[in-house]
Design a protein around this ligand. Sequence first.
Ligand code: DX5
Ligand code: ZN
Length: 216
Amino acid sequence: MEIRISPSILAADLSNLRSELEKVENADLLHIDVMDGHYVPNISFGMPIIKAAKRSSAVPLDIHLMIADADQFLEEFASVQPEFITVHYEAVTHLQRTLQKIRDLGVKAGVSLNPHTPLNGLKYILDDLDLILLMTVNPGFGGQKFIPAMVQKVRDCRELIGVRPIELQVDGGIGLDNLADLLMAGANNFVAGSAIFGAEDPAFYIEKMRAAARQG
Ligand code: DX5
Ligand code: ZN
């Protein structure tokens, strides 16, 4: 499956959003972390920043909703025509319906699982999914330490996916030090916030991630 690198703008200097996004023009996706202070113990940003990101970059948006009541806001998030909208398994009651609604809005549908959430709940809804996001930290903050046990979860998830065209995304503490292990385990889509925006040359860091993925 195609390798994709998705820098998380949570780690960007939001007072200079346009110039920050110019530094990652070579990315495949722009990862947008929406946090509501209910589902996760932190608040990030919402539509005004997402619209500003959309105006400032041609890179397709990858919206990661860490919010309660996602259903209520899907139309609004879909209005910026992102490539993906991802909701949390733990925060949605009728997941299959939510995924269908995302697709009906013309957006690819993703589900995100926290580190402790088992994979088996996905078994019967695989045909409704375009992306599975395995959290490799607990959601809520950038700059946390990668949980190594998640490598096995990625392996198990790729096996569950089988031949279906579902992207397997990892998010949290991702960087050049763990990319090869995750790639080997079956991940193809890599979110990185602090590693990319904290690098001296973010575009070059993205290229290094791609090169590492090609070698893997
Ligand atoms: C965590 C977010 C991540 C975060 C990644 O809740 O979902 O996308 O921004 O940041 P790093 O790469 O710094 O762990
Ligand atoms: Zn995220």
